[in-house]
Write a protein that binds this ligand. Structure first.
Ligand SMILES: [Fe+2]
Length: 344
């Protein structure tokens, strides 16, 4: 367990990594009664660093992003339409988001004003155990450097995955758990690098293997699921087991052609993150399984986070084990292990 004062100490270290200093303003965004202890800790930490702070607390609550209840939708938040709150947040140097603004227009607008955003909503013990480091940033940024040069990304696994993404249409994004760059977003804790394929430039087959993680379902796949992708759209999802049926029914529930789009693609680099963590701990939104070292993070749905036009609320992330990933035919991940020394 972590005491409230130890949590403040942790937030001080985190804000230091984020470059918060005397004269800066830290805003914390919360909703309803959720995570008020996070607000208290971050404001105390800001105070200790000589920064000013304020709290924007929204009366409305968004639907669960934890995947426990209802549908895990992205892009629509209670900040939408709240002009006064948006303007206040844009005045801060950094916003601590405890409600999940990712994929929303409001997040884009705040970032464009030069305000950096740190998402923080995972359980406190996860924040401590997967605390970011400059070394993680260095390794993630090396991945960014490789991805930026690549024209194609291909990944495979022994279950028959063989899919190719045409790169270059979208920027490369990094997540290493803190942000000291104006206008940049990050999520504490996380550790991976990703980009998106061209809208009509993803083709092949992805076969989810038993043990791969289905998010937001928060379950390990039990049977292979074969996903056929043509020109950046899911054509077909099939499999003998319940998981393929589950995935099909979930996507169909959105009644949205754009739900069949392909979202970000990349790989995990965080050594503290464990693939098995979901077996005993379902509290979080699972940044841990998205981040574990050597996973290939395949995802479907929206790409407006990358600047694309697909704004569907149906987003599925699938961290996959034991894959091999190639950039322009150069191996980056082989059977779930990073093979580039600079990222090891
Ligand atoms: Fe995602």
């Amino acid at each position: 367990m972590i005491s409230p004062s130890a949590f403040v100490d942790l937030c001080v270290k985190e804000l230091e990594l984020c470059g918060v200093h005397e004269g800066e303003t830290v805003a914390v965004l919360s909703q309803g009664d959720e995570r008020l202890d996070y607000t208290t800790a971050f404001m105390a930490a800001a105070d200790r660093l000589g920064a000013k702070s304020f709290h924007v607390r929204l009366g409305e609550m968004s639907t669960s992003v934890g995947g426990e209840t209802g549908v895990w939708t992205v892009g629509t938040t209670p900040l939408a339409g709240n002009r006064a709150a948006i303007e206040a947040l844009k005045q801060a140097d950094i916003v601590i988001d405890t409600i999940f603004l990712l994929f929303s227009k409001e997040q884009m607008e705040i970032q464009e004003s030069g305000t950096r955003i740190l998402l923080c909503m995972e359980p406190v013990d996860n924040l401590a155990r997967m605390f970011p480091s400059k070394d993680l940033r260095r390794r993630v940024e090396y991945g960014e450097h490789l991805l930026k040069q690549a024209k194609t990304l291909r990944f495979t696994n022994e279950y028959g995955t063989d899919v190719t993404y045409q790169l270059g249409a979208y920027p490369v994004m990094t997540q290493y758990g803190y942000t000291d760059t104006p206008g940049r977003w990050d999520h504490w804790p996380s550790g991976f690098v990703f980009t998106g394929g061209a809208d009509d430039g993803v083709d092949g087959k992805v076969v989810i293997a038993p043990g791969d993680v289905l998010l937001p379902f928060k379950k390990y796949a039990e049977d292979p699921i074969e996903i056929t992708i043509e020109k950046g759209r899911i054509q077909d999802i099939r499999g003998e087991g319940i998981d393929a049926a589950l995935l099909n029914d979930y996507i169909e529930g959105f009644n949205d052609e754009k739900a069949r789009g392909i979202s970000h693609i990349g790989w995990g680099l965080m050594k503290e993150a464990r693939w098995s963590s979901l077996a005993t701990d379902t509290r979080s939104i699972q940044m841990e399984t998205r981040s574990f070292y050597g996973n290939v993070l395949f995802s479907t749905g929206p790409n407006q986070e990358l600047g694309g036009s697909n704004d569907t609320a149906c987003h599925i992330d699938i961290p996959m084990r034991n894959c091999s990933l190639y950039l322009d035919d150069e191996p980056i991940v082989v059977n779930g292990d990073i093979v580039v020394d600079e990222m090891r």
